[in-house]
Design a protein around this ligand. Sequence first.
Ligand SMILES: C[S@@+](CC[C@H](N)C(=O)[O-])C[C@H]1O[C@@H](n2cnc3c(N)ncnc32)[C@H](O)[C@@H]1O
Length: 240
Amino acid sequence: MIRSVNIKRMVTYMEKYLKANFDYWQSGYIADNVESFVFRIFGRILKPELGLSGKNNEKLLDFGCGGGAALSFFDRNGFDVYGIDISEVDINHCKERMPRIPDHFAKVDPVPKVDDVFFDGDFDLVTAVQSLYYYSNDDLEIRLISLKNQMKPGAVIYATMMGSKCWYYDNSVDYKDGLREVDIDTPRLKIKNYFVNFTHSKEDLTRKFSMFETIHVGYYDAHYIETEGSDFHWTFIGRA
Ligand SMILES: C[S@@+](CC[C@H](N)C(=O)[O-])C[C@H]1O[C@@H](n2cnc3c(N)ncnc32)[C@H](O)[C@@H]1O
């Protein structure tokens, strides 16, 4: 059972952590190439096992789409792609990248509401790659319920969540409601006023996504430089 929270928000009040997250991402996240954890999940699971090949022009929503790397990959594979993000820079980049469909990308309110509807809903596939862990437990639940409400019965969600094995965790302190405040200061990376809801285990992952039927749980990881640590992220594939 998922925890019950007050999911009927009457007014838009932005909490400190949501405002910090909003400000952080305004400079845009422009990834040029589709990540292997999108490419391989498509080739190994979505297409062969779940029949989401793009051949049926399946309707896909990418939540926190950044500059549209994943969207442009799915677009090339025949999906009817839509993307939302809190960053205008990212949304403009998506429009430039896919000029055929500029009205398929929109900036959204950082505050989640259970009755949010994006692009008339009715999605066959929702993807959320490294974009859902910027919510507290309560807000994550609201966002996931809102996404589920917009999916066709039996539609699929693919989400990735930062794990507590990720090196960011060792540079964070407890904040509230599942969030930790990350503070990193290296020659390459300066992160302050940055809040992450880390996932601690498979059980924690499936509990967070308990409004969906679990299909697969996995992870990806990398470690590129001695002065930094693991990039560990959990992967969740589930059904509405
Ligand atoms: C690490 S980037 C990943 C971007 C993209 N999914 C990718 O893999 O290239 C995180 C993205 O989530 C977006 N984001 C963060 N909080 C969000 C929210 N509350 N609603 C929508 N997008 C959000 C950021 O603007 C940013 O584009």
